[in-house]
Design a protein around this ligand. Sequence first.
Ligand code: CMP
Length: 382
Amino acid sequence: MLQHSNYGPGARRWRRFHLSALGAGLLSVALLSLDGLSLGFQYFLMGIIVVVAVVFLGEYAARIWCAPAAAQFVGLSATRARVLWAVSANGLIGLLAVVPALVITTGALSVDNDTSSMFCFLWVLKLSAHAPAMNTLARVISNERATLASVFIVFIIVLVSAAAATHLLEYDRQPQLFGSIPASLWWAVVTLTTTGYGDVVPMTAGGRIVGSVVMVSGIVVLALITGILATGFAEEERRREYLRVWEQVVKVPMFNELGTVTLSEIVNKLRVRHYPARIVVVRRDEPGDSMFFISEGEVEVRLPHGIVKLGQGAFFGEMALLDRLPRTATIATTDPTTLLVLYASDFYEVASHIPSLVEAVEREARRRRAENEGKQAGVGPS
Ligand code: CMP
């Protein structure tokens, strides 16, 4: 249940509860710092903080206890797994989050003390556990470190030359502000990052020319960093999605018949979606822009003449794409379900590259159409 990659109902419920506790705790800490609150309300907020602190303490203990079961510690002794988890980033964040609980329960600080409120703000670090993209960001920075380092070096070159140049040009007019290179560096950083507090301003024509160049360079450097990180993020996400889809694709028999090259082509076009039970995925009479393959779980097709269940390996939503007509049925999950989504634009591309797959889909669509027409005629007014 504590694993982030677990999409089961228990794990989802736990994550929802954890996020709510975190939100309640942070809100209470923030509100408690307001002046003029009634005593009753203050006690209420303190109560929430203590409860949240205890929840995090319990969570920390449970995570330490379960550490040997984590995939990354397979084959290690239980103690070693626990120690390794405790010194990992998540372990340390968990520990920081229980510090407020320990401080409050041991009475070292009272909960209404401003310092303990600040301690509680350590909880905000726990939010990172709910952001899977944090790992991605670390990977992106590591992947792009050479490019980022080059931009950083350009940044340093512009910074130091700007500070040296303005020191030379402005020294006579403003010795107190540009009296040394370190003092000029403050102006250079504020200008290069396009912050521009306006507390230090060059007065000479030369200083202003340098200032203009630094401002434009600042925009260029920031644009470069943004571009590098954004492209790296998109690339990394694409790679991760590929692995996620690949994991699910092997559970759908009709994909297994395709060769590796063809399969990898379709994997690039599929998206993984996890749905809890009893969620409507498509609605009758709505326009269809995608079709779905079931890699785990079950859905029910609600047709006018009855209900048909579709399980792992089946697909649905193809008729709207083939006939370019509205959806013929409403489809809802009956169990927690994982679907692979193929959008219409990709479907038509796949149709031209992998005719065997689309033929199989068309064959099943024809069968379903005939079945529906037969049943419709059976229950019709005639
Ligand atoms: P579409 O019309 O796009 O959306 C509803 C889907 O229900 C439809 O595509 C089919 O995939 C599916 N469907 C329709 N009729 C049947 C049937 N008789 N048996 C199984 N699935 C069906």
